[in-house]
Design a protein around this ligand. Structure first.
Ligand SMILES: C[S@@+](CC[C@H](N)C(=O)[O-])C[C@H]1O[C@@H](n2cnc3c(N)ncnc32)[C@H](O)[C@@H]1O
Ligand code: SF4
Length: 373
């Protein structure tokens, strides 16, 4: 069953590391939400299936928008699709937006899963990243969400921070685990062009951590979360039993999805498309096909995507499924390419399932490239 992703590109301030499509100009919010409703109507025939399984409000910062606006969008989705079987409605939120009043309204809405960007539980690191909240505020936001009844909460953390240490990462992890959340996404810092961190790096004022430190912190992450009952189910994602992100798991399992909003991606099984990354253009033309760039996927591209997304997960690739989807010729190609990586123990084969060995997940991109057609 497909999912619907809705992009809310507004942020009150911009974090030093972030290159997601977002804008600090909040004045467009009202017109943007109206444009989303128009796009929803205009794309009603995009998905071949009418029953929706997951809805995800991502950003940017969705919590810059009032809960009633989400309820209204979900109601509108319900007029076009069957949402009786929706299992998960996630909202990404920044801790500083989660006042008691906001949380009480959210608890009354169809949102049943929160994804909170904590990033670190050290004040100086948060300040360095230009986050708007302190560590205590972030912890209080999680507790406040739990108090109003949210029992499916994910938090985002970032490791591999310059100016930090593995000991300080251990402290963040221990405080994060003590919050009793159901899901943790932990990302190694990427220093991207066109961000404040990228500029600092170009000026020689910021250096990425060494490979050795990256591995040390990744190993600590895996060990600490495993000891606390979290399953490592995707490179950056850890969940308690039954609490994997259903929406994001769809992306890794070829499930169809409709993306709404500026820059949002959609997949209908044959092609991908994404909306224009420009607020004024999106608002003016959200009900017109001209806002999309469409990419038809060739067989090789579909195979590459399959390999890339599946190898990011702990389940890896079922060779029988690969045969069914892409035929004997591609399976032969895949097996040939896997052989040296299996010998080097970068990949493992467990009962016909090929996956990246746990201690190599941090360099998954370079391994996956070796298997591309
Ligand atoms: C779409 S962002 C938004 C979430 C929300 N606006 C917030 O900041 O809390 C999702 C997550 O991606 C991660 N992220 C974004 N850029 C990153 C980068 N350059 N390196 C590592 N993690 C990054 C952060 O953990 C962030 O919380
Ligand atoms: S990390 Fe979140 S709050 Fe910060 S700029 Fe990116 S989307 Fe906005």
């Amino acid at each position: 069953m497909p999912g619907i992703y809705i992009h809310i590109p507004f942020c009150k301030t911009i974090c030093g590391y972030c290159d997601f499509f977002r804008s600090a100009n909040l004045t467009h919010r009202g017109r943007y939400m109206e444009a989303l409703h128009r796009e929803l109507d205009a794309t009603r025939d995009y998905l071949p299936e009418r029953t929706i399984r997951t809805i995800y409000f991502g950003g940017g910062t969705p919590s810059t928008i009032e809960p009633a606006e989400f309820s209204s969008l979900i109601e509108h989705i319900g007029q076009l699709y069957n949402i009786c079987e929706v299992e998960e409605v996630t909202l990404e939120a920044n801790p500083d937006d989660l006042t008691d009043d906001y949380l009480a309204q959210l608890a009354d809405s169809p949102v049943n899963r929160l994804s909170l960007g904590l990033q670190s539980l050290h004040d100086d690191e948060l300040e360095f990243m230009n986050r708007r909240h302190s560590a205590a505020q972030a912890e209080n936001a999680v507790r406040a969400a739990q108090r109003v009844g949210f029992d499916n909460i994910s938090i985002d953390l970032i490791y591999g921070l310059p100016n930090s240490t593995t000991e300080r990462w251990r402290q963040t992890l221990q405080r994060a685990v003590a919050l009793n959340v159901q899901h943790i996404s932990a990302y190694h810092l990427g220093i991207e062009p066109h961000t404040r961190f990228g500029t600092l790096r170009d000026k020689g004022l910021l250096s990425p951590v060494s490979e050795e430190v990256s591995y040390e912190q990744f190993d600590l992450l895996r060990e600490t979360l495993a000891q606390n009952g979290f399953e490592h189910y995707e490179i950056s994602n850890f969940a308690l039993a039954g609490r994997r992100s259903r929406h994001n798991s769809s992306y890794w399992n070829d499930v169809l999805y409709l993306g709404l909003g500026a820059g949002a991606h959609s997949f209908d099984g044959h092609s991908r498309r994404w909306g224009v990354e420009n607020l004024s253009e999106y608002i003016a033309h959200s009900d017109s096909p001209e806002i999309y760039t469409v990419e038809q996927l060739s067989d090789d591209e579909r195979y590459n995507e399959y390999v890339m997304t599946r190898l990011r997960t702990c389940e890896g690739i079922d060779t029988e499924e690969l045969l069914q989807k892409f035929g004997a010729h591609k399976l032969h190609f895949f097996e040939q390419r896997c052989r040296p990586l299996l010998d080097q123990k970068r990949l493992e084969n467990v009962a016909g399932r090929i996956s990246i060995t746990a201690n190599n997940l941090l360099i998954s991109d370079s391994i996956i490239c070796e298997l591309f057609a």
